[in-house]
Design a protein around this ligand. Structure first.
Ligand code: PMP
Length: 321
């Protein structure tokens, strides 16, 4: 199955999308990106892109922080995304990676006065963490980057060195995922996920100013919990030890979906299984993002023509229109 990329203003086979070694973003981490899931619904013969506009909107904000002049139309970016998925003819879950980057071939550490561009590529993408079994987590010895270091609300490629250090440390210590604290010791988030605890039937999650990436899955879960289950979410600082005593804990993210956290620092969360509220939220979220909850259809943008994949496929060639 061939994948395609949108590169330098054109759709090309993925292997033709190449950047030069002097590219500023490659040397200095001066790029920002998004991860969008395409969720395959076999019954509907459809891939639903989950909240793509919100992802492009967050990309626009990240660009502002990196001084990448925004000149793209979000509806147009959504149609390019659809086109890339259609060309690849995925019939499985996939992932779309838009990336805005300093494309100039320039040596010099700075944000200003460097050419920039936007590219996108797609890839098949299965499970990231075990959403059924849940994840065993470790509090990282690495602290989450601070807004005064690299603004965490921007999804900057360079920040992911911080996430990768934490993830590898956790994996090498035998855990599935890392949980990073802020410099003042509050729970911030996982290496690629936001975190929630459940306490006395309420959801609690760190506030934006605890250096989280303001997650789109996070806000979807907050809305589903409130509207469908009547459960409010409190956004407040969370101490490390609150994760040990919480009734339940889970992580949210485009890659991770809703993943129960069943253990933190070798202590079972609750009774060490996916908790009942987590289960309800997880089920609702999966129904919503796979296009099975009509009330949330506005979150799901079909990648294929409504009449079905088979029709959409006829006559598709790379670079068409
Ligand atoms: N935090 C970090 C560091 C992430 O990389 C991600 C994944 N994009 C998230 C949180 C979750 O954000 P979202 O739900 O928008 O994918």
């Amino acid at each position: 199955m061939a994948s395609y990329a949108y590169f330098e203003g054109q759709i090309v086979p993925l292997e033709e999308a190449k950047i030069g070694v002097m590219t500023h973003a490659f040397n200095y981490g001066t790029a920002c990106f998004e991860g969008i899931r395409g969720n395959w619904n076999a019954e509907h013969e459809q891939i639903y892109l989950f909240r793509p506009k919100e992802h492009f909107e967050r990309l626009r904000k990240s660009c502002k922080i990196l001084k990448i002049g925004w000149r793209w139309d979000i509806d147009e970016l959504v149609s390019i995304t659809q086109k890339l998925v259609q060309l690849a003819e995925y019939r499985e879950d996939c992932y779309i990676r838009p990336l805005a980057y300093k494309s100039g071939h320039i040596i010099g550490v700075r944000m200003h006065g460097i050419q920039d561009d936007l590219l996108m590529f797609t890839s098949p993408f299965g499970a990231y963490l075990d959403v059924d079994e849940g994840a065993r987590c470790q509090t990282s010895s690495w602290r989450r980057v601070d807004d005064l270091g690299i603004p965490a609300r921007a999804k900057v490629t360079g920040i992911y060195v911080n996430s990768a250090l934490a993830k590898t440390e956790a994996n090498e210590n035998g855990f599935d995922e890392a949980i990073m604290l802020t410099h003042d010791g509050h729970v911030s988030e996982g290496s690629g996920e936001n975190i929630f605890i459940v306490e006395n039937g309420k959801l609690i999650t760190p506030p934006n100013h605890d250096n989280i990436l303001v997650g789109i899955t996070r806000s979807s879960v907050i809305e589903l919990a409130r509207r469908e289950l009547g459960i409010e979410t409190i956004e407040r600082a969370i101490d490390r030890s609150e994760m040990y005593t919480a009734d339940e804990c889970f992580m949210t993210g485009t890659a991770a979906h809703v993943t129960p956290v069943i253990e933190v620092d070798r202590r079972p969360v609750g009774d060490g299984l996916c908790g009942p509220i987590t289960k309800q939220i997880k089920d609702l979220y999966f129904q919503a993002c796979f296009g099975s909850l009509p009330e949330y259809a506005h979150w799901c943008v079909p990648a294929y023509d409504q009449v079905g994949v088979a029709v959409q496929r006829a006559g598709q060639t790379a670079g068409a229109d």
